[in-house]
Design a protein around this ligand. Sequence first.
Ligand SMILES: Cc1cc2nc3c(=O)[nH]c(=O)nc-3n(C[C@H](O)[C@H](O)[C@H](O)COP(=O)(O)OP(=O)(O)OC[C@H]3O[C@@H](n4cnc5c(N)ncnc54)[C@H](O)[C@@H]3O)c2cc1C
Length: 515
Amino acid sequence: MKYDVIVVGGGSAGCTIASRLSEDPDRSVLLLEAGPDYPDFEHLPEDLKMGNNVWLSAYGPHNWGYTAKITEDQTELVIPRGKATGGSSAVNGQVLFRGIPEDYDRWAEWGNDEWSFTSVLPYFNKLETDLDFGGDDFHGSDGPVPVRRVPRTEWLPHSVAFERACLDEGFPRDEDQNHPESTGVSPRARNTIDGVRMSMAINYLDIARHRLNLTVRGSVTARRILFDGNRAVGIEAESGGEVFTVEADEIIVSSGAGASPQLLMLSGVGPAEHLRSMGIPVVHDSPGVGKNLRDHPAASVLYLAKGEKPDVQAPVIQVGLRYTVEGSDLRNDMQLSPNLMTSEHRPAHVQIDEDLNYVGMGASLQLALGQGELTLQSTDPHVQPNLNYNYYQEPEDLRRMREAIRLGVRMAEKPPFSDLIEERLMPSDEELASDELLDDWLRKNSGTSHHVSGTCKMGPDSDPLAVVDQHLKVKGVQGLRVADASIMPDCIRANTNATTIMIGEKCADYVKDGR
Ligand SMILES: Cc1cc2nc3c(=O)[nH]c(=O)nc-3n(C[C@H](O)[C@H](O)[C@H](O)COP(=O)(O)OP(=O)(O)OC[C@H]3O[C@@H](n4cnc5c(N)ncnc54)[C@H](O)[C@@H]3O)c2cc1C
């Protein structure tokens, strides 16, 4: 079987690319997804459909459940990634949040001139229908992804208290986090409609499924990319226990920042020495595959809260603060938000009494200076790669997190929260008072913001660690692109879904234009 294009991975980027490329009826597109596909909305399982309780979705049945070492003190943190059409957008928190202009301008400065803020802005607008601000210079009005901010009239008490505490601290009110000059406390822009998570399977695939030139196959795992010389010609894929070969003129790997570098390495594209040590024949020595693992380290101050816990599907993700840490020259390098125990940021290792009510103040470091690494632990595609997030190697990362945790405590222990909070469970007063103890607490109690990225980074030939060029073509081989969160040269200062969809939109245009 030969297609024009095979897209490997039906996540945020893969759904976007498959849908856009199949707009041309003369192009045949095959989308392969390792997790199940649910073409009929009526039969979409609740954990994917219901978007407000992200804990149940992220740690539910449609999750790869990788584990990662994030610090020397935490060597087996569970890393959820979506495993179904929609990918991680089918299990995520639905905060549709763009990076700031400097993020994309830095990508351009590093030799990717087609990715400056003014170059990516039209794609951000193209992907969305912003129900609050749609149609102006900075927001789309007829794209596939619906975006809405929870109006203040619907806010729960913790959101009201959080905004009040931010204003009392002197942060500005910011009505639109997707405005290029945004900073301060804002209602969260979310792709949730009536409690339903509008994943990219719903937004992009469902509008394209009727096309006879688009084939969507769930429960199919790509095992490796097949090469003829240095040209990618097909995929070896496993379906129902059998192994098949499918061919295409072009392969686009969109398996996410964990699985894309894994698939490249299993196929012979990666650091030559590492591949040889695993017994994998080298097709192309690409030292950057799996390097540059980026994320947003996160930690939460945890409180026992007064009153009844909210309904299991209450819309608790409503508000957030984006600000610059004191003494930092990186604008908007921190996010702070109130967490409830239905959040995917609930501290995974803390024993929670299901009958009690808790609230957290979650800090998420937006431009960590440190970076981690991904390597193969097996040549079996079903065995997850080694993930070393390597948090807090840079003292400045710890310093900024200490500042944010202390700010979170200061805000939560002032009058706006006094009707809500019973007592602080962690960190202790002693830990808060000492830099050394607080660093220790952070190393033991941090988690991921779920924004893994950067493991197949885009860059010019002068960058020895660049895996793809700025048209997302894998260097050193033909007929192969990577397009997903892994191509980000650095993680943007925002949650990663909107940027990943933008990458998918841009990739589709590159393919259409033959670039
Ligand atoms: C719990 C959680 C909460 C999050 N919350 C937010 C949020 O609120 N806002 C935000 O902006 N971002 C959020 N994110 C991050 C965001 O969802 C991701 O950055 C984004 O979805 C990544 O898109 P992707 O296309 O790179 O990968 P994915 O969407 O993960 O897609 C990769 C796909 O490839 C498939 N795949 C992998 N290997 C293979 C293979 N060998 N063969 C076939 N298919 C394969 C996977 O099953 C998956 O469907 C969250 C993520 C998680 C996990």
